[in-house]
Ligand binder design. Structure first.
Ligand code: CU
Length: 671
């Protein structure tokens, strides 16, 4: 048995990759070509093993996303970070897995969608800003679609990949393996990955307690051709995390489990006009169990399990008609979100206290997205998109409904919402430079917590939150401009966005309600500001010299304010970075600096504390080797070289980030 487990863990992965699309030269995370416009693609697939540009191929999905210039990761610990885009958190984004809707089962956002996949499952991540990200869902901040890895009916035969990674900080280990077989008629992709980490240490050897985790993910995807142009493709992912610590929160997680399945029919060249028609049926089921039994001095022991099940479909068509490139995506889902809390008083004579923190909310959502892009002149392209959606929400649990009626006596058990998202873009592509101007308007429905949450403790501001079923849809009107100039060796880019957001949803203190959580400062109810506004701007450049070297730098500025001129919480201070990288033959190396200024625009009104300025340095080097049909990739590096103790504006409760970390990744592929 031991031997079998050993073999299994060896038969692991190969998900080395890179991000960005540039072929020439080492691509550092600061390279200008990464953000060509409002879209960005992070490539994770091991197909790209050859390129070997990724600093740490066995990074978690979270670490890959963090390298994106558009995304920041909000951290409550060392695992399951929450993606934010344009300084908007995950409630304002559409996050999907291969177009499938999936919703976390935690009332405290311990399990963002991105935590239920791993790099072994994925080929790339598509990131679209603002209204351009509304294809799969009605969002205001943007869309993130995690693309699953699949072979494409090529007669490649079989290949096996094995990877292993080790990190000094927290003694983190990764083992992964995959086996693929592909021919013209059918293909099979299987992979398995296992990660385990102890507590990590912040700069100066400070142990961050409750920052451990363990994760296991196995997936299989298979397809067979039904005709020359048609194929059926099925996929199943099982993802399970245990013993996950959340140093920024008062509780940990004993189990976070997802089963994600789908079956799709994909038809290419249906007619002369329809180049592709893809339809998918899917389901996913999530169970999330919080755990406070390892914490010292718990005032009252609590059990807090949550469940989220989603069933959905989409049908998507790509068409060409003369100058027009059209895309239509009809999609829908049915989600069931339920979460409970049981409190166990120390005095056994007192009664247990039971609450439904999510009262079995059933959401039925269906929408249609259409996009048309066409050239209006030799250099100019226009693109329009729109999404119209209908959403029905129902509270299925009587007890949960009655609990909310304490605050909203007249509320009904169901309601309907209509959502509209629109965008327009004009692009000018000159030989050396490009300009993009775009605008959009969009709406999103409140999340389950915002509309129906019941005494959800938020450790960020130390308040209990209560949902508000009467919230209007949050709206956003945005304008964007970006500019890129490319002179081969020298590239420069700049971009800016402005979001004006009526009915911006945020918590407001209600003085006459007492909190349920012992030690909390009070209760907030979700309400809407008249409006909020968010400004984002960034510049970047890169310069290639002496053939093998690239110098790159970037900086970003952000400001978010409410309707009274107060700062919004979780808005980045000025951030900057620069890097120098070297690539020759099979060898590459990079040295980089990342930092931020002091957070002076912190949101005191919303319970945010300031963060200090910091600068950290990273170093990495790698090489690849070929032995006939075998490939070996070795990558090593040091993160936070000078062991700086720091935390950023995105670190929940100010938990410090990792101190010095030495890592080694080895990948082996045989065909
Ligand atoms: Cu949780």
């Amino acid at each position: 048995m031991k031997k079998l487990i050993f073999c299994l863990s060896l038969f692991c992965v190969s998900t080395a990759g890179l991000y960005g699309q540039e072929e020439e030269g080492y691509q550092s995370l600061l390279d200008t070509s990464r953000v060509v416009n409002l879209d960005e693609v992070i490539i994770i697939s091991r197909e790209e093993l050859n390129h070997q540009k990724q600093e740490k191929p066995l990074s978690s999905v979270d670490e890959y996303l963090e390298k994106s210039q558009r995304i920041t990761m909000i951290k409550r610990g060392n695992y399951a970070w929450e993606p934010a885009m344009n300084n908007m958190n995950s409630d304002r984004l559409s996050v999907t897995i291969d177009g499938m809707q999936i919703f976390g089962a935690c009332t405290d956002k311990m399990d963002p969608v991105t935590s239920y996949v791993d790099v072994s499952n994925l080929s790339e991540v598509r990131i679209k800003s603002g209204q351009q990200g509304a294809e799969h869902g009605s969002a205001v901040g943007g869309g993130i679609d995690l693309k699953l890895q699949k072979s494409d009916f090529e007669s490649d035969g079989w290949d096996v990949g094995l990877d292993t990674g080790f990190e000094s900080n927290g003694e983190a280990k990764v083992f992964s393996g995959e086996f693929n077989y592909s021919e013209e008629k059918y293909f099979v992709n299987t992979d398995v990955i296992y990660r385990k980490s102890g507590n990590y240490y912040a700069g100066g050897d400070t142990e961050v307690l409750f920052s451990q985790y363990e994760k296991f993910n196995i997936s299989a995807t298979g397809g067979f051709r039904t005709s020359d142009k048609g194929a059926v493709i099925g996929s199943l992912i099982y993802d399970r995390a245990n013993d996950v610590g959340y140093p920024a929160l008062p509780m940990d997680v004993s189990l976070a489990r997802a089963v994600i399945g789908s079956v799709a029919y994909d038809h290419k060249e249906l007619t002369d006009d329809i180049s592709r028609w893809e339809s998918k049926l899917y389901f996913n089921s999530i169970k999330h169990v919080m755990d406070d039994t390892n914490r010292p001095d718990v005032p009252i022991h609590m059990d807090m399990p949550g469940w989220s099940d989603t069933y959905g479909f989409y049908s998507k068509m790509n068409m060409q008609k003369k100058e027009h490139q059209l895309l239509v995506n009809l999609n829908g889902y049915y989600n069931k979100s339920l979460a409970e809390m049981t409190m166990y008083p120390e005095n056994p004579d007192e009664n247990l206290m039971f609450m439904l923190t999510w009262p079995d909310v059933r959401t039925l959502h269906t929408g249609v997205y259409a996009e048309d892009s066409f050239s209006v002149s030799e250099k100019g392209t226009l693109r329009f998109s729109s999404r119209l959606a209908y959403q029905h929400e129902k509270i299925a649990d009587e007890f949960g409904l009655n609990s909310l009626k304490i605050f909203y006596p007249d509320m009904e058990d169901n309601q309907n919402r209509f959502l509209v998202n629109l965008s327009a873009e004009y692009r000018i592509q000159n030989e050396r430079s490009s300009w993009i101007f775009s605008g959009g308007y969009g709406q999103r429905a409140p999340s389950v917590s915002e509309a129906y949450g019941f005494f959800l403790y938020n450790s960020y501001d130390n308040f209990d939150y209560i949902g508000n079923p009467y919230l209007k849809n949050e709206k956003s009107a945005e304008i964007n401009a970006s500019f890129n100039y490319d002179l081969n060796k020298f590239k420069i880019g700049a971009e800016a966005s402005y979001f004006y957001m009526p009915d911006y949803i945020i918590g407001e203190i209600v003085p006459d309600v007492s909190p349920m959580t012992i030690g909390a400062d009070g209760v907030k109810i979700y309400t809407a500001l008249n409006y909020a506004s968010i400004v984002n701007a960034g510049i970047r450049f890169s310069y290639r010299f002496l053939e093998s070297f690239t110098l790159a730098a970037n900086a970003g500025y952000n400001l978010g304010q409410d309707d009274s001129g107060n700062n919004l919480p979780l808005i980045s201070p000025i951030q900057y970075g620069s890097s120098i990288s070297y690539k020759k033959g099979m060898f590459n190396a990079a040295f980089e600096m990342l930092g931020a200024t002091e957070q002076t625009n912190f949101a005191e009104e919303y319970g945010e504390s300031p963060t200090d300025a910091y600068t950290i340095f990273n170093l990495n080097a790698g090489s690849r080797f070929y032995f006939g049909s075998q490939k070996l990739l070795v990558k090593a590096g040091v993160e936070n070289l000078f062991d700086v103790f720091y935390s950023t504006y995105a670190d929940w409760a100010g938990i410090p980030r990792k101190g010095r970390n030495i890592f080694l990744n080895i990948s082996y592929v045989i065909k």
